[in-house]
Structures are given as C-alpha cells and as structure tokens.
Design a binder for this molecule. Structure first.
Ligand SMILES: O=C([O-])C(=O)C[C@H](O)[C@@H](O)C(=O)[O-]
Ligand SMILES: [Mg+2]
Length: 429
C-alpha cells in the first residue's frame, strides 16, 4: 500500500445561501467554500472542506504544494508543514473573524482552519485505503447516530430585489410567529427536538418573546439563543433571568471572557460559546473564571477532528460541556462532524448544523437527518462521494464572480437593502 500523496486538488466554490439575518447583517446569496482533495500513489482520493474566503485560499495553495510525497497517515506532520507557511500579517492584525462572529483571528487559527480540511481529506483517504471508517481511525464510535439541533434564523423571504439568488421555500421569519413556524417545519422535515435561535438581530425583548413563543409551542424541548455577543452585560443578565426556566443554555450573550464570566456568575444560566473560546490559548482564563459552561467546537478552526477530541478531553477535565458549532457548510463537513462527534463520550448537547439551509451540495447523495440525527457511517473513510459535475458547476460560479462574493461580508449584503447600514458597534444593546 502506497499512502504517499501524489496530487492535491483545491476547488473554491460558491454555494447558495438564503437571506439569513444575524447581528452583522444578512447572508449573501452565495457563500465561498473550499473543497480539498488529496490523491495517493495508489489512486485513492480523500476529500475535505473548509472556509473558502481569499485568506484561506492564500494559505491553502502554498500548503498544498508542500504535500507531495507526504503520507496521508502522517496527520501530525500536517501541522509541522503548516507552520512553514507564512501568513500575511494584514490578514490577522487586530482582526476578528467574519466581523467577529467566529471570535479572534490569529495566524495560527487561520492555519488550523486550512489544515483541518487536509486532515479530514487525509483521514478519508486513509480510511478508504484501510477499509475503515473515519470514526474507527479516531478510536471508534461510542454512538451510532449524532443528534443535531434545528438552527433557526430570522430571515427574509427573499434576497433583495434585483440580486441574483436561488429561491428558497422557507418563507420569512421576522417575528415570534414566523420563528415558531420555521421551527415547526424544521421538526417536520428533519425531526429535530432542540432549537437554537440566532439572535442579535432585533432588540432583546423581541427575541425573548420569540423564545417564549418557542417554549409554548414546544414545551420541554431544549432551547438556545445566540446573539453573537451583541448585548451588554446588563442586557445579557436581564435576558438570562427572563428565560432561565426555558433555556438549555444562552450562547455568547456578551463579548469577551470577563463579560461572559459576570453574566454566568450573576445569573447561573449556563453559557455556551463559539466566540470567546475558539483557541486552546483562550481556555485557561475562560475556564478558571467560569465564563463558559459549554464550548462549541468547530473542527475547522480548532484544527481538525483530533484537535476536537483533545478539546473535548480538556472540557471533560474541567467539567465543561462540549458540543459543535456550525457555519455554512456542505455534506463533507457534516460527515466529518458526525464522525468525530460519534467518538466523543462527553457530548451531551445536540450539535449545531447549518446544513438544512444549504440546498446545494457537492455529494452524489445528501446526508439525511432522521429524528434529528445523522447516522454514523461505517463505510470506509467519511462514507461520502464527490459529485464532480456539481463541483464543476459551483466552481464555475466562483470563477464567474467578479470578486464581490468571494469573501463573506454580511454587512455588505445588508447595505444592498439598507444603504445606510454599517456594521453595528458592540454591544449593540
Ligand atoms: O453560532 C454561531 O455563532 C454562528 O454560527 C456564527 C455564524 O456566522 C452565524 O451567525 C451565521 O452564519 O450567520
Ligand atoms: Mg454562536
């Protein structure tokens, strides 16, 4: 068996995204992703996916060049190689990721976000070569299916008039009734039993009313609210107190570890994060101050599936919960998330996934949710197959774009509807 990498293919694509609202603005009609393929000397191909904005491509290209001859089994070596790739300082200085939605931006985090796609692709290739599923390469599954939650968004029915976009069939959701209706459809279509509402869009009172409406419509179901740090400590404390009887957890109500620690201390409501703890370096302060009770790992920016397992072990040591964050992603990443989630014993919360919002994919067969869960594949590798025609179509869209959509910019998308819109300063309320 020859596991040496002989070829690497990088395919940037643009995938359709509905007009989902968040505190920065609204999703653009198409969002960038990067599809990574590694091919071994024996002709086995492994696939991975990650964020596709220019700064990730800039790193992925020189990194891919260093991979020729690298063994797909040498996963640790990927990190050593990544350290040799220079990061353009202007990409990380004083920067926050996606206007702050994904926490700090550092050179290491940028590298990890790129390496993660290659780690997944190497695991996929290795699994196919050995006839083993990825979860087996990670030590074996402890569950046969992974539970996901419905990821509810305030949304418009359509992207602004005149903007080229794909139509979606979800309709608008801009008030409590719309949110409840969206949740019903999520439940009907996918069987989800827990619900997360992306907040930070309307004043906190309106979002409290939406969560209350969800609690009435779905009594006893776990509920979460995530304003992406848009609230002051006082606003966060007020919301936490008002919703304490129905929330499973409140996600990133306020920005930064000290503010989160104060909200946690004053309310006792569990706080989750994918913003104040997004790197290993941030763990110590946040855990010792009691700022977070659940860390939402995103295997892309934590540096892959094995780093996610390490994060889970650290969380277990400190009695902190762990679950998974998600951003616009396709089936390759959902498969990767499902494999690693299947191996984490201390995963006690349904994971986030944007996948239901993505009507397009690069797989021959979409992954499905049954009863809110994705079955853990026992097929070799990730258990997914790339649809080359679809990949080519979505790549063509990326090639044809004039650059306006190659970097995600939710504020720019909002300005099309509201020319006065500027990225709100935080805390917004
Ligand atoms: O849980 C989260 O904070 C996210 O998923 C961040 C994302 O960027 C989300 O807000 C989005 O895509 O609008
Ligand atoms: Mg979040």
């Amino acid at each position: 068996m020859n596991l040496a990498i002989t070829d690497v293919r990088l395919t940037p694509i643009l995938v359709a995204d509905p007009p989902l609202l968040n505190t920065q603005g609204v999703h653009q009609p198409y969002t960038p992703r990067l599809i990574v393929e590694v091919v071994t000397a024996d002709g086995v191909t492994g696939v991975g996916e990650t964020y596709g904005d220019a700064k990730y491509l800039e790193l992925a290209r020189p990194f891919a060049e260093r991979l020729k001859g690298h063994q797909v089994s040498d996963l640790n070596g990927l990190f050593t190689l990544a350290d040799q790739v220079a990061v353009d300082r202007s990409r990380v200085e004083n920067a926050v990721d996606v206007g702050g939605l994904r926490g700090v931006q550092t050179a290491d985090k940028l590298r990890l976000s790129v390496v993660s796609a290659f780690e997944v692709a190497c695991l996929d290739a290795l699994g196919k070569a050995l006839g083993l599923p990825v979860h087996a390469l990670l030590g074996g599954k402890v569950r046969d299916a992974v539970e996901y939650s419905a990821y509810l968004f305030y949304k418009w029915a359509d992207h602004p008039e005149g903007v080229p976009a794909e139509k979606d069939d979800w309709g608008a959701a801009v008030d409590p009734a719309g949110v409840v209706e969206q949740a019903r459809r999520f439940k009907e279509r996918y069987g989800f039993t827990s619900f997360k509402l992306k907040g930070g869009v309307f004043p906190p009172d309106e979002e409290v009313a939406a969560v209350r409406a969800l609690a009435e419509a779905f009594p006893g179901h776990p509920l979460r609210l995530d304003p992406n740090g848009a609230w002051s400590v006082e606003a966060s404390v007020k919301v936490a107190r008002e919703l304490r009887d129905v929330l499973e957890y409140l996600e990133d109500p306020a920005l930064g570890t000290p503010a989160m620690a104060e909200v946690a201390e004053r309310t006792g409501v569990p706080l989750a994060t994918n913003m104040c703890v997004t790197t290993f370096a941030e763990i110590k302060e946040a855990f010792t101050k009691g700022a977070v009770q659940v860390v939402l790992s995103d295997h892309h920016y934590w540096g892959g599936l094995r780093n996610t397992q390490q994060l889970a072990a650290v969380c277990r040591t400190f009695g902190v919960g762990v679950s998974m964050h998600s951003n616009t992603h396709l089936g390759i990443s959902l498969a990767a998330m499902t494999h690693v989630a299947a191996t984490v014993p201390n995963l006690h919360h349904a994971c986030d996934s944007h996948y239901p919002w993505q009507s397009e994919d690069v797989l021959t067969e979409r992954l499905t949710f049954e009863g809110g869960k994705v079955a853990v594949s026992d097929a070799p590798g990730l258990g997914v197959e790339l649809d080359r025609e679809r990949l080519a179509v979505l790549h063509r869209r990326w090639l044809d774009d004039d650059g306006a959509l190659r970097d995600r910019d939710d504020a720019a998308a909002m300005r099309i509807a509201d020319p006065e819109w500027v990225t709100p300063s935080m805390p917004r309320w």
